[in-house]
Design a protein around this ligand. Sequence first.
Ligand code: FE2
Length: 270
Amino acid sequence: MTNISITNSKNNVGAYINDIDLKNVDQNKVAEIKKALNKFGVIFIKEQNLDPESYQNFAKSIGQPVIYPRLKGLDEKFPFINVIERKPDDKNLSFGSSWLHQDTSYLADERPRYTMLMGIEIPGGQGNTIFSSGFNAYEKLPAEIKDKIKDATGIFSSAGPISVTRLEREKEMGIKSSESMEAEHPIVKTVNGKKTLYVSPGHLMKIKNVEEKEADYLKDYLINHVNKEEFIFSYEWSKNDICLWDNLSILHMASEIKNCKRVMYRITIK
Ligand SMILES: [Fe+2]
């Protein structure tokens, strides 16, 4: 029996959780939210009214929030909240834009699994977050590709294609860039009993454990595949919305923002 109301989103990329006030959720409701999160990969909870404290508390009810390696916390009281700010005169692409990715796929162990964003200041008509479902993308792969990649692993690097925007952004924020990090993970994972694609195109350098002569072809094939329109949902933000996703089953990227300000609070969770 479920006691929360759920509506599927476009292309079945995640689901909305309706009629809920995250300030007042009991353990049963939290368990239902986690169940929906693992089943759908990403959940959208519109127009909440959370102060930083209740936002951080909600994150703690989902799992263990972590200090993100490359970003500063909001302040001492809220070390887990990172402020993601886009200013009107920012010239560069926004952080995490232009390449679908799965956060911190370049970490070997102890990868934070979930990422959560809350809309603080939202410009109208732009700055959507784009999600792609690894579940749906895997399901629609031709059987022969599924067979070829069943034991494949990927080499993921923080110096992958997405790093161009990251390095520019870090420079703007005055963060000294650390050395690049690299990790190897299976590219087919099982979450909630369902197989999903873990290919993080923004970090993927190489596919291993496949026929050597097919490695480049498969890499391009899979990157192209997860970018197909049928697996994508472009989420249009309103102020105080919450998006929470599982990086094992959902890929995401920011869309372009021009000449306006946007502020998000982000928490990553193990
Ligand atoms: Fe990201």
